[in-house]
Design a protein around this ligand. Structure first.
Ligand SMILES: [Zn+2]
Length: 274
């Protein structure tokens, strides 16, 4: 047994308890038939490498071209892909929950890697939503489920479309509906979206997941947050500037820019009540 490999250590602990000095106590996997405890264990580099090889082998069956795979435990970027379609070379970083994914998910992952396929992206979001509870919670971290599918709008689809249309599908970050907040307080301002560099995460106000909020307006809010991933915050005379001239110029690239602003002006009272 390799004590640095948590999987082998966990399997070893399934045998009758034999105390070793200095060995980390691990939960008995038999107590958790779903393997949820195993998923909470930290990954050793050796296990990650092994999972990456296995995932690459499974993907290779569906991908025409060359795939590099790295397995991570970064829950803020569950998946990221760099694509070089001309040379059919793809580089995937995937969270380790994908290492043991069932065959249909691997199939969807292959379509996502090669073509940024929209249906595949939905399927992968569903897989992440269904497995999110298995992910570890870091110390001090609030449990915040990443959620892309909404009752009306699908953030993963919006993000992927915008990424393809405006960013050459090169933008690499995570998106989620924000947590439901208390509603209809007296507000002086409302934050419809946010981007945090530390988490590499865009959050969208869950109140925008309503039928009266048109697609083009939601796309505008997401596009704005996507620009924040590209524009550093500047400081002028001690004041932090989030939306400088370069940012404003970039915003103009959005096809429905005027339409989104006109809709926002008309619907400001309703937006303040979401
Ligand atoms: Zn902004």
């Amino acid at each position: 047994m390799d004590p640095s490999n948590p999987l082998s250590a966990a399997l070893a602990s399934a045998r009758p308890a034999r105390p070793y000095a200095g060995v980390v106590t691990l939960p008995d996997p038999r107590a958790d038939p779903n393997g949820a405890q195993l998923a909470r264990l930290p990954l050793s580099p050796a296990l990650r490498a092994q999972q990456a090889l296995e995932l690459r082998r499974r993907l290779a069956a569906h991908v025409a071209g060359q795939v590099e795979v790295r397995v991570t435990d970064n829950r803020h970027v569950m998946l990221s892909v760099k694509r070089d379609p001309r040379h059919r070379r793809y580089s995937l970083r995937a969270h380790h929950i994908f290492a043991e994914a069932p065959a249909p998910t691997i199939h969807a992952l292959a379509a996502y890697v090669t073509d940024n396929d929209r249906g595949a992206s939905r399927e992968l979001s569903r897989f992440i939503d269904a497995n999110e509870h298995r992910l570890p919670r870091r110390r001090g971290e609030r449990r915040s489920a990443l959620r892309t599918s909404g009752a009306v709008h699908d953030l993963a689809a919006v993000f992927n479309d915008l990424n393809r249309d405006y960013f050459d599908a090169a933008l690499d970050c995570t998106i989620s509906w924000g947590r439901d907040a208390a509603r209809a307080r007296a507000r002086r301002s409302i934050r419809l979206g946010s981007f945090t560099h530390e988490e590499n995460l865009i959050r969208i106000h869950p109140g925008l997941d309503q039928a009266w909020v048109p697609d083009f307006y939601l796309r505008w809010v997401v596009f704005h947050e996507m620009l924040h991933t590209q524009h550093p915050v500047t400081t002028t005379n001690g004041r932090r500037c989030f939306h400088g001239p370069a940012f404003a110029a970039d915003e103009r690239r959005f096809a429905d820019y005027e339409r989104a602003h006109a809709w926002e002006r008309r619907n400001l009272p309703a937006l303040f009540c979401i």
